[in-house]
Ligand binder design. Structure first.
Ligand SMILES: [Fe+2]
Length: 400
């Protein structure tokens, strides 16, 4: 392949508030030169979502290598390490590991009669369904016509000193059932809904847009805040249930008690900045995995002690207040998958969610890859007084 990749920003329909995404052409993910990769890397941090069409031939190895290239000093383990092996993890049923490329997971729905990439014949995939996770449900009669966001998230283990949030995730659509659309319901009293969502779409929102639309006071709060994640968060949350918007959990005391978790090493607890800086554009993204939050550390001004929001319901309420405007229908990009699409997304600048409710005979087969990061995300720099009403924010360490 000659010349360099062509990057074409998405043209969003009138009324859309989405300002990210681009299509990449003139590149074969099986053969990416260093010069081509430089263009792709810059484009990823500029556009956050890159769509490469017609890449169905890409091997799991090529997918892994492209993903790994965004963090070349990372050890190269899957973003969740081995933590998804825990049978009680909420992630465990949704992922099947490719035996010869263990950083690449098979996800989807239905039975693969002929197996796939070393997975045995008749392996059954299960697309996550909001009924399994949400506190209340779409009525059965509406199940094929309506759906919800399953769980807004960042792909990240959020526990473990060697498991920093992955920089990038790749998703390859191998088999895509087409022809149906569904209405995505928010069911939070707002009246919000998205009609005509393609079946099994993946939803994205920009962490930069989340940050930009905050008030100046909330931006200052977010810049100086750190988020402490629960140890073994996906086991911890396994008994809990989601808000109808998929944006975090309701507080019913259903999280697992410490005695019911695997052993916890305090040095593995992750306390991350609430805002993560884009390494190319310098923009700040409000990046919080809402379901895994355990407590918040707020810095309210020079000379004052950090305030710890230890009450789980209060911590969730604050995060929800900051994040909910950012998932308004006009802010959501729903990718309309076609077989062969390889989507590369900036996991440190977006939230994303599975969407969709499949019938038993609808087979969907995707490959997903991300790599545990080599370093924790960049936080906001200390900016003495700048834009902060003259207050001096407490320096925010990048590693908790
Ligand atoms: Fe994900």
């Amino acid at each position: 392949m000659s010349s360099s990749p062509e990057i074409r920003p998405f043209v969003h329909p009138a009324g859309s508030g989405v300002d990210f995404g681009a299509t990449v052409t003139n590149v074969d993910v099986e053969n990416i030169t260093d010069a081509e990769f430089d263009v792709i890397r810059d484009a990823l941090f500029t556009h956050q979502v890159l769509v490469f069409k017609n890449q169905g031939h890409a091997t799991p190895k090529a997918q892994y290598e492209l993903t790994q290239r965004f963090d070349p000093t990372a050890a190269g383990s899957y973003g969740h390490g081995k933590t998804i092996d825990a049978a009680r993890s909420v992630l465990h049923p949704d992922l099947k590991t490719i035996p010869h490329q263990p950083q690449v997971q098979v996800i989807g729905h239905g039975v693969l009669r002929d197996g796939y990439e070393g997975l045995p014949p008749n392996v059954r995939l299960r697309h996550p369904h909001h009924r399994t996770f949400h506190a209340d449900h779409v009525p059965d009669a509406d199940d094929l016509a309506c759906t919800r966001f399953y769980r807004w998230h960042i792909d990240a283990a959020l526990y473990g000193r060697a498991l920093a949030p992955p920089v990038a995730t790749t998703l390859l659509a191998v088999r895509v059932p087409r022809g149906r659309v569904q209405t995505v319901r928010y069911d939070d009293g707002s009246g919000d809904a998205i009609p005509d969502a393609p079946l099994g779409t993946t939803a994205f929102v920009s962490g930069y847009a989340l940050y930009d639309r905050l008030s100046a006071a909330d931006q200052a709060l977010a810049r100086a805040a750190r988020v402490e994640y629960a140890p073994h968060p996906y086991v911890w949350m396994s008994g809990a249930r989601s808000r109808p918007t998929g944006l975090g959990l309701v507080s019913e005391g259903r999280e697992l008690a410490p005695r019911d978790l695997p052993p916890v090493d305090p040095a593995d607890v992750q306390i991350l900045p609430m805002c993560w800086r884009n390494p190319v554009t310098g923009r700040l993204a409000l990046q919080v995995h809402p379901s895994a939050v355990r407590r918040l550390h707020l810095h309210l001004g020079h000379g004052r002690e950090a305030e710890v929001v230890d009450d789980l319901e209060a911590a969730r309420a604050l995060v929800y207040r900051l994040q909910r405007p950012g998932i308004a229908p006009e802010k959501v990009y729903l990718h309309d998958w076609e077989e062969g699409d390889l989507v590369l997304f900036h996991n440190r600048g977006l939230l994303h969610s599975v969407v969709g409710a499949f019938a038993d005979d609808e087979v969907r087969l995707f490959r997903q890859c991300n790599i545990a990061g080599s370093a924790m995300p960049l936080g906001p720099e200390t900016e003495a007084g700048a834009g902060d009403g003259g207050r001096v924010p407490v320096p925010v360490p990048a590693v908790g």
